[in-house]
Design a protein. Structure first.
Length: 448
């Protein structure tokens, strides 16, 4: 049985390939069932995010990758040869190491990002619903959740923001505290602004206004956060409403000028304003920084904070790797024990079968009028021979082949050792020798 991982991620494939092999909540369960039956795997979990699509698989055969690649090529309408160049494959130990690193954020594009653990939990839940996980992958993912939680608790890997958008929101919280009574104005409608808006929305900011050169684009973004849209030319009329202003456009000239903010502060009766300029060239006139009741941060200011936080996360990641190294051995130890359990079950089943067959024959002895004593002797003698026949034959063959390690293992397995560690037959020989010496030292009784 093989435990492997096959995957494509941001390190091995560009976004145009990753988006072709991504799965949605709507199609993931049917895909799991298809893989299980068409690719002949026992268990499978699919993890699909914007940065990775990975298959965690437990199967009877090791020839998994060609079948998964062919299936995925058909789904993504890519050639198998092209797809194969992007796919990585991890063996059992590597799989355990990889899933622990992914879940703890060590393998993420943004080191320590917390969303991935929730995404892995969703992936496992989909597999449970599809019926494509059993003993091994269930144990692996439950184990992964526990270790990831330990890493989050014992290290600082996710404690400090490492994106400029999140850092801006974090600063806003430090300045204003609870944000539910405050208004945020976003200037621009690109990816950075969308990310900052999402972070602020998660912090339950009171109102959202989005200003953009294309008002429809502003409306599309604002509608995601129950906000409203305005054009850039409408900013002077609304700027006094904003407690938090975050700007990121491609404008070649500043959008917020000193007189505009001076008037806004007067309208606000000098209530505090927090301004963040994430644009290059800058959207906000740097002279605004000299005004009272204004906090103005540029992308360079925030990047310095991000760099400091990233160093902190790197130190935490090193500690996380140490925890992962220890936990890998724990899981693999459990994994190896499964083989022993399977063998024990097979041994017990075989012994019980021999017992039932022999008992049936012993009962027939009684039915034919044999005495209970004869039936018991038959039962004991026959059952003993049946149980030791196979191991005795194997041990004789091992002896003739000089396989002393197997013979030693058999003595250990069947507990053929004395309490002092010597072989049981050695003890018998020793006792026999002692008795000979004892008898030799006795004075003969001539009258007997």
């Amino acid at each position: 049985m093989s435990l492997i991982t096959l995957g494509i991620n941001y390190k091995t494939a560009p976004v145009e390939i990753r988006e072709r092999v991504a799965f949605t909540p709507e199609n993931i369960e049917s895909s799991l069932k298809e893989i299980q039956h068409q690719c002949d795997v026992d268990e499978v979990v699919i993890l699909s995010t914007c940065n990775r699509t990975e298959f965690y698989i437990y199967a009877q055969t090791e020839e998994i990758k060609p079948r998964i690649t062919q299936w995925l090529a058909k789904q993504s309408k890519l050639s198998a040869d092209e797809l194969d160049s992007y796919i990585y494959e991890y063996s059992e130990r590597e799989t355990v190491n990889h899933v622990l690193r992914v879940a703890s954020g060590v393998d993420s594009m943004i080191l320590g990002e917390p969303q991935i653990l929730g995404q892995i939990k969703d992936a496992y839940r989909y597999s449970v619903q599809a019926g494509t996980v059993s003993t091994l992958l269930s144990r692996l993912f439950q184990f992964t959740f526990t270790v990831a939680k330990q890493i989050r608790t014992d290290t600082l890997i996710g404690s400090s923001p490492v994106s400029v958008a999140f850092t801006a929101v974090n600063l806003a919280k430090q300045i204003f505290g609870e944000l539910s009574s405050y208004t945020a104005l976003f200037i621009g409608a690109g990816e950075t602004i969308e990310l900052a808006a999402r972070y602020l929305h998660d912090q339950e900011v009171g109102r959202v206004i989005v200003a953009n050169r294309t008002v429809q684009r502003a409306h599309d973004l604002a509608s995601n956060f129950n906000g409203y849209a305005i054009g850039l030319d409408e900013i002077p009329a609304h700027i006094s409403e904003a407690d938090i202003v975050i700007s990121s456009t491609a404008s070649r000239e500043p959008i917020l000028l000193l007189p505009t903010i001076q008037k806004a502060l007067a309208d606000r009766k000098n209530r505090l304003m927090f301004l963040v300029d994430l644009a290059v060239p800058r959207d906000i006139d740097p002279a605004i920084c000299d005004l009272n009741d204004v906090y103005l941060y540029t992308i360079d200011d925030l990047q310095n904070v991000v760099n400091e936080n990233l160093e902190s996360r790197k130190e935490a990641a090193s500690k996380a790797e140490e925890i992962i190294g220890v936990q890998i051995e724990q899981f693999l130890g459990w994994r190896k024990s499964l083989e022993a359990v399977e063998t024990i079950c097979a041994l017990r089943s075989d012994a019980e079968l021999k017992r039932d067959e022999t008992l049936e024959k012993a009962l027939q002895f009684l039915q034919r009028g044999k005495s209970p004593e004869e039936a018991l002797h038959f039962l004991a003698h026959t059952l003993t021979n049946k149980i030791i026949h196979a191991p005795s034959t194997s041990l004789k063959q091992a002896g003739s082949q000089g396989r002393t390690e197997l013979i030693k293992s058999a003595r250990e397995i069947f507990d053929l050792q004395a309490s002092n560690g010597s072989r049981a037959d050695d003890k018998q020989d020793s006792n026999h020798t002692k008795n000979q010496h004892k008898n030799a030292n006795k004075t003969p009784d001539k009258n007997r």
